[in-house]
Design a protein around this ligand. Sequence first.
Ligand code: KG4
Ligand code: ZN
Length: 335
Amino acid sequence: MKKDVYILGIESSCDETSCSIVRNGTDDISTVILSQIDIHTLYGGVVPEIASRNHIKDITVVIEQCLKKANINMDMIDAVSVTYGPGLIGSLLVGLEACKSMAFIFNKPLIAVHHIAGHIYANQIGNKMQFPLMCLVVSGGHTDLVYMKDHGSYEVVGSTLDDAVGECYDKVARVMGIGYPGGPIVDKLAKEGALTYELPIPKNDDSLDFSFSGLKSAVINLVHNEKQRAHEIRREDLCASFQNVVVYSLASKTIKAMEKYNVKNLILAGGVAANSGLREKLTDLCKQHGFNFSYPDIKYCTDNATMIAACAYQLFLKKQFSSLTLEAVSSEKLK
Ligand code: KG4
Ligand code: ZN
């Protein structure tokens, strides 16, 4: 009988400190996430220096709790894995150094995981990805259409030319003064509103690229103009109108990409994959086109170490290990 493979994962690229143990790349045995959202909310966004200080405070706590929860000791772990980038460099370094120390002390193979590859592999938790597939990656830092022929093969076929969609959600929420992070709040208010505000559809063309900075500016201008005229903004309606345009743009380009690349399987990845409007719209469109559509459980959409360990399993099978000289990188293309 094939031996089970246990991989420990660490994620600290932004404002979540997380450790997880995943069996055979699909089973979440134990996951611990300490979020710093409450701290950064005070500033309306992530403050890098504060983020890295809190990772240092939390990293050993999450590792210890994760092992305890799994009731596993390090002897049973086959490899340790970590996000090496992209992300905030000071934050990445904390997880990376912790993971390298574990690899050294316990003599385990070290696996380096690209953060976006990790988000994609959130789809493999409790599930199996079917190839070839198209993945719409939508997070705070990325908006990409990624074509995958097989495990570990990534071809970015479309991308944002400016802001990422999550960043746009967060800025729109900020100008409306409704809190941080903006995505889940806008999503919730959008369900209670009507499509009354007219906003431009970004990059409404045949390309597979996106653009969100013009839409962001349009919302900011609209809010300022209404304020100057002493008109009250109907928040629910503005959220609904904004989300409608975002979802239209993401969904129409995604379907275009699937047709162009003759792909029948669609998956979602990244924090914005939690968006209810996007999930509903793509569910409808995929049904119409006869495409298979699946997405990660909401708890695996935003940053977590489960997706890192799930992704690392594929690298473990190919014996793609890193040396202890592995460095953190703030930006790196998915390849
Ligand atoms: O993937 P993630 O946790 O971090 C990055 O790697 O960037 O994504 C965070 C982003 C934030 O911009 C947040 O506002 C957005 O995901 N987000 C959402 C929703 N939940 C989180 N955006 C829209 N709708 C949601 N329900
Ligand atoms: Zn992320």
